[in-house]
Design a protein around this ligand. Structure first.
Ligand SMILES: [Fe+2]
Length: 420
């Protein structure tokens, strides 16, 4: 059954604490949701602002001769890289609709996808972060990440048919009307013929159709089968995918593996295992080879602080990406006399003191982690985290200056710092 639009009459819906706690309790990974007239900076971004971001991003791709971040589909088929560079938005298109008119004259069915578009504008990225921060506070921080993509075109159906992703999806239409057809997981399990299909006429009566326009928001859980439909008119939609395919056990064992790998040294590199006898005459296996016994000893000798430190550092590195796959990058050259500041007050450089060596610190930003014993660097970073503009040379001196500037540069490359 279709949920018809009632935008003109509905009161603005606030994404406040009450909204998010109800969302977490009743909808997250449970059932779809449609909200009309959502009041949020993220949804208030106009089609013109989005056009500007697209041109900025496309200009960068043209400069680098690399369309990374863009995908283009013609009649459902993915275009190759060179083709993509030919069809990106240009300043002369003047607006999203202008771009659409140019594309429509060539393609009766096209779809342009741009991932990470908000990376080109820190302020707009902040709107997204405010949204995801509130979401994470209520449903938990994703063990993988969230990705925001813009889908634009006149395509009548999702290019790859009905499908299910490993992510919960929030959709925010920017222009045009968008329809999402959904089937619950249990129905999809019973009807595997739905997978990747474009002909699902007989399954329609078991589906739910969400019809949305600019200002509205939909959500569906990762288990929901879905396809986007349109009558062939133009639409542009944000889609935020929150990946839920990384269970805690995987994250935990990955860190533990890295810790054990570093502890093992050359024994860990051995590709054959010495043995005396493989088994007794009656087939019993009762003795472990030396390599295994040594490695068990190594596990037993791990101290609680070593374990805690390994996990604390990997957790810090993970959260320093703020729940995204990548962070917006910058190019700044840091010198001792540069005046520098955090690029964004809300995005601090995270740090911790080592639990096993009190003189050692780990600093993390945007998935980059550096280790340092410099007390001056720690002082500088704490001061930067207050939001002040500072000169590194006032904090960093002597023999460690060169190394400290390199560390700062690594954090700046990850997007933490700007010059003022
Ligand atoms: Fe999807």
């Amino acid at each position: 059954m279709a949920q018809k639009s009632s935008r003109s009459t509905s009161k603005p819906a606030l994404l406040n604490e009450k909204f998010w706690s109800t969302f977490a309790k009743s909808h997250w990974e449970k059932k779809p949701l449609l909200v009309r007239n959502v009041k949020s900076d993220l949804l208030q971004m106009s089609a013109d602002e989005i056009f500007d971001l697209l041109v900025l991003y496309a200009d960068r791709c043209r400069d680098l001769n690399d369309p990374e971040g863009f995908k283009f589909f013609i009649d459902g088929a993915k275009a190759d890289q060179e083709e993509v560079l030919q069809v990106l938005p240009e300043r002369d298109d003047k607006s999203l609709l202008g771009y659409h008119e140019r594309m429509e004259s060539e393609f009766s069915d096209y779809c342009l996808v741009c991932d990470e578009l908000l990376q080109v504008n820190l302020k707009k990225q902040q709107y997204l972060t405010e949204f995801t921060d509130a979401l994470y506070r209520h449903v938990g921080f994703p063990n993988r990440f969230s990705e925001m993509g813009l889908y634009l075109g006149n395509y009548k159906k999702t290019p790859f048919g009905v499908h299910v992703d490993s992510c919960g999806v929030f959709s925010f239409p920017v222009a045009g009307v968008k329809k999402f057809r959904l089937w619950p997981a249990a129905y999809g399990d019973k009807h595997p013929e739905l997978d990747r299909t474009f002909s699902y006429e007989k399954h329609k009566k078991h589906s739910q159709l969400l019809e949305v326009g600019p200002g509205d928001m939909t959500y569906w859980p990762s288990s929901e089968w879905h396809i986007a439909e349109s009558d062939g008119s133009f639409s542009a939609t944000w889609s935020l995918g929150v990946w839920v395919d990384q269970p805690h056990k995987d994250v935990f064992s990955e860190t533990l593996k890295a810790l054990i790998d570093t502890k093992m040294g050359s024994v860990g590199e051995k590709v054959t295992t010495s043995f005396k006898t493989l088994h007794s005459q009656n087939g019993e296996v009762s003795e472990l080879p030396k390599e295994y016994r040594d490695s068990i000893e190594l596990l037993k000798n791990l101290s609680p602080s070593e374990l805690e430190e390994a996990f604390l550092q990997s957790w810090t590195k993970h959260i320093s990406l703020q729940g995204f796959k990548t962070m917006p990058h910058t190019e700044v050259k840091i010198a001792p006399k540069s005046k520098i500041q955090l690029r964004n007050d809300h995005s601090m450089i995270l740090w911790q003191q080592s639990l096993t060596n009190k003189k050692m610190y780990a600093f993390s930003f945007g998935g980059v982690q550096i280790q340092s014993t410099s007390a001056g660097l720690l002082k500088l970073i704490k001061a930067l985290n207050t939001g002040k503009a500072l000169v590194p040379g006032d904090f960093l001196k002597g023999a460690t200056l060169k190394n400290d500037i390199q560390s700062l540069q690594a954090l700046a490359n990850a997007g933490a710092i700007q010059k003022v």
